[in-house]
Structure formats: structure tokens, C-alpha cells
Design a protein around this ligand. Structure first.
Ligand SMILES: Nc1nc2c(ncn2[C@@H]2O[C@H](COP(=O)(O)OP(=O)(O)OP(=O)(O)O)[C@@H](O)[C@H]2O)c(=O)[nH]1
Length: 340
């Protein structure tokens, strides 16, 4: 549980806002109900209930977008109703609420929700015979301070949002080749295994390793080696579909995860890739570059490690048999007998 909170910033913020909102609103809700302010008491209870349900939904489904929006919208709606009933006594609560909203939804949605909320409060003031603010100065101060708070909170939230996106990109994308890093590989393989177990959707894995790559570096320099690696990934991406992925597994070793494919088609695709590398990539002196590929489908896997292990055994066999070839994994039983 702690790990999920640490890994998922949005989930931890929804949980924190939900807990703070429930703890601070509950005494007020009870007090309002006890003193006869039934509408305000019910609105407070509604906000507590929505917070609890939203936090529960976010934890259960892993989707934080809808619960965050639900909480933000109900908080803004509740704030308007409470302001209408209690007037300026509750205006100070608007400011922490404005900050909360930026933690619950995307910056632009938060800004729009807050503009709607402030406009609704100001409109109600005029519609309800100037009941919310004492005078024009107070009204003007409210509009100015909420506007300033919203704009600065928006800028801060937007910058943080961009930085988080950039960090995620740096952590998940290999800078040399543009392939995904190993970081996300285990999650994607686990998701493909789940998909097979739940919906019988078969995915395939290719482990691809360039042949004699050390010689490329030794003969033409490390920079030429880098250039070949950076040409390889666009070539691989051209040959797979949008839903498939390429990961850089090690130096000159790559993993391709191909969704919804049967073994025969996976084999055909691997052969196509092997030919493309052989005929479309070349060394600085014009000579050919080859690759060896081990393939395995998800049916043979019990977990992501065993899946990868089977493709690895097949790749080892391809290297052992002379390189520049595709070998299909024969499954865990055959692996055991091969190694004994
Ligand atoms: N230029 C360059 N070379 C790399 C990079 N990462 C790993 N390598 C090189 O890749 C080579 C891998 O060599 P080996 O594992 O011995 O394998 P190989 O020479 O390809 O031989 P086989 O795999 O057996 O066909 C090493 O020389 C590494 O230095 C990289 O990012 N850039």
C-alpha cells in the first residue's frame, strides 16, 4: 500500500485530499445538523461521502482521473451552496479548496472549474440581494484574490505537470535509440500475461541481438556502433504496429513485444525483421550486419521472467547454431532437458 502511494503521485494526492476533507468537514457537518442548518450539513456530508467513494474507486480501479474530477466538481458545487447559505463566514475556506482542486485534476480543468465556481458565487451574490459580501470592496477583493490565487496555482501546477512528464520520459526512453527502457518492460510483460489469462489474447516476445557487434566497435569505432543502434530502432518500429513496443534490453540487445499474434505470424515477422536488418542496415565499409532472434509466445510463460528466459534460451541457440537466424522457444520442459 505504501509502495503504491510512493509510486503513484495522483493516487496519493487524491487520498490525502480525501482524508483531510473528511476529517475537517465531519465536525462541521455534525455541528450544522445539530444547530438546524440542514442544507449545509447535508452538503458537508455529501462532500465527505463523495471523497470516500472517490478514494475507494481510485484504489480499486487504478484510474485516478475520474475520481479526481468527481471530487473536484462536487467540492466546487458544495462550496457555492455553502457560500450561498452562510455568506462571508466561509469565504476563507475557498482558498485551501482552490489549492486542493489543482491536486485533483489536470491544471486546465482545475482553472476552468475554479472560474465557474467563483462566477457562480459572484452571480448568486447579485441574484440573492447582495447577501454574500458586505459591500462592493469586499466583492472586488474576493474576485481579485481568487483570480491571483488561481493563476499562480495554475502556473505552478502546469510547470510541475510538465516536469513530471519529462522525468517519466527520461526514465522510460533510451536516449540513444528512442526505444523504451527496461524500466517499463516488466510491467508490459505482466500486463500481456494478464491479458492472456483473462481474455486468451496471445502476445509474442522477440529477443533480438546484433551479431558480432563488438567487431563493429573494434573495426569502425564506438560512434559508428552508436549510429547503427540508432538506425536499428526506427527500422524495427516501422515493421511493427502502434500497439507493439520495442525495449532496449541491454547494449545491442532489444526486446519486441508483439500484441495479439499467433506463433506462426510471430515467426514470419521475426524472419522479416531479420531480413530487413541484413539488407537495410550496413557497416561503414558497406558490408552487411546480421541479427539473431529468439521468439516465444505468452502461452509458454508462467511469469514475465520465464517468458523472457525462454526467448533468451532460443536466442542463445540461434547464436550457437551460427547466428543470422530465428529460433522458436521450445518451452520450459525442453529448456530443462537442454540445460541438463
Ligand atoms: N557503440 C556501442 N556499443 C555498445 C553499446 N552497448 C554495448 N555495446 C557493445 O556491444 C558489444 C557486445 O559484445 P558481445 O556481447 O561480446 O557480443 P557480440 O560481439 O555482439 O557477439 P555475439 O552477440 O555473440 O554475436 C560490446 O563490445 C559492447 O561494448 C552502445 O551503446 N554503443
Amino acid at each position: 500500500m505504501l509502495q503504491r502511494l510512493k509510486d503513484n503521485f495522483h493516487l496519493s494526492m487524491i487520498t490525502l485530499v480525501g482524508v483531510i476533507a473528511s476529517c475537517t468537514l465531519l465536525p462541521y457537518a455534525l455541528y450544522r445538523l445539530a444547530t438546524g442548518s440542514y442544507l449545509v450539513g447535508i452538503v458537508d456530508l455529501l462532500m465527505i461521502a463523495v471523497s470516500t467513494v472517490s478514494v475507494w474507486m481510485a484504489w480499486r480501479t487504478g484510474d485516478t482521473e475520474k475520481p479526481g474530477f468527481l471530487m473536484a466538481a462536487v467540492f466546487c458545487f458544495g462550496a457555492v451552496l455553502v457560500c450561498m447559505k452562510l455568506g462571508q463566514d466561509v469565504l476563507f475556506w475557498i482558498y485551501p479548496l482552490m489549492v486542493f482542486i489543482f491536486f485533483l485534476v489536470a491544471p486546465i480543468k482545475a482553472l476552468l472549474l475554479l472560474l465557474l465556481m467563483v462566477s457562480a458565487i459572484v452571480s448568486l451574490h447579485f441574484a440573492d440581494h447582495s447577501r454574500i459580501f458586505n459591500n462592493g470592496f469586499q466583492l472586488l477583493a474576493f474576485i481579485t484574490t481568487t483570480f491571483i490565487t488561481s493563476i499562480f496555482a495554475y502556473i505552478f501546477a502546469y510547470r510541475t505537470h510538465l516536469q513530471r512528464k519529462e522525468l517519466r520520459h527520461l526514465a522510460t526512453t533510451d536516449p540513444l535509440t528512442g526505444a523504451a527502457t527496461r524500466h517499463s518492460l516488466t510491467d508490459e510483460l505482466t500486463a500481456a500475461i494478464d491479458l492472456y489469462q483473462q481474455k486468451n489474447s496471445v502476445s509474442g516476445l522477440m529477443l533480438l541481438d546484433l551479431d558480432h557487434f563488438k567487431r563493429v566497435n573494434d573495426n569502425f569505432g564506438h560512434q559508428s556502433g552508436d549510429q547503427i543502434l540508432s538506425q536499428l530502432v526506427p527500422l524495427l518500429k516501422q515493421m511493427i504496429r502502434q500497439q507493439d513496443s520495442v525495449f532496449r534490453y541491454g547494449g545491442e540487445e532489444f526486446v519486441l513485444l508483439i500484441k495479439e499474434i499467433q506463433l506462426a505470424d510471430l515467426h514470419r515477422l521475426a524472419e522479416k525483421i531479420r531480413h530487413a536488418v541484413w539488407h537495410q542496415l550496413s557497416l561503414p565499409d558497406g558490408s552487411a550486419l546480421t541479427t539473431s532472434i529468439g521468439i516465444a509466445t505468452v502461452q509458454q510463460a508462467t511469469d514475465w521472467e520465464s517468458w523472457l528466459q525462454q526467448a533468451d534460451v532460443a536466442l542463445y541457440q540461434a547464436k550457437h547454431q551460427g547466428r543470422n537466424q530465428v529460433v522458436i522457444a521450445t518451452g520450459p520442459e525442453a529448456d530443462k532437458s537442454n540445460s541438463s
